[in-house]
Write a new protein. Sequence first.
Length: 164
Amino acid sequence: MAQNTVQDLTMLRACVAFIGEKEQSGWWPSSFLSISGEAFLSPVFPKTSTLARVNGASGAAQSSHDDQIGIGDVYHLFRLPENIERDISEFLSKDATVLKLIESEESARACLLKLSSDHRTRGVGPLLIDQGSLDKGMIGQMAAAYLHGFSAAEQVYPYYRGKA
């Protein structure tokens, strides 16, 4: 997968995972990306704390998404094909700049706005993104859906079918 697509997916995942945590929107019951999460995980994972924190929050988000969407021939931001999951993990283990995006809810929302790049995807609950491949357009649609959901305080779970 192209490096810029992996970077965009990683940024989207981190921002949505952060805003969805209990301190912000409360869509899932985790606090891995909070100050207390950092204090807890940094001593345990000194070299990979960014990866551990994002993976922890993503695990909570994945469970919430799976409950709403189901598991099968579908993918969502927190359950992607194995090769993409590996690329995201490698990116996070080498680059901690994603943490700058989640220093505050405002900075995370600004990132979602930038990633949405003029898309206006809206919906509530499970939301099928009608596009066949994971590219900048699909990332923009997902970012727009999450941004609208967080702004309207309505949980949304964008997903797609088929190949990555």
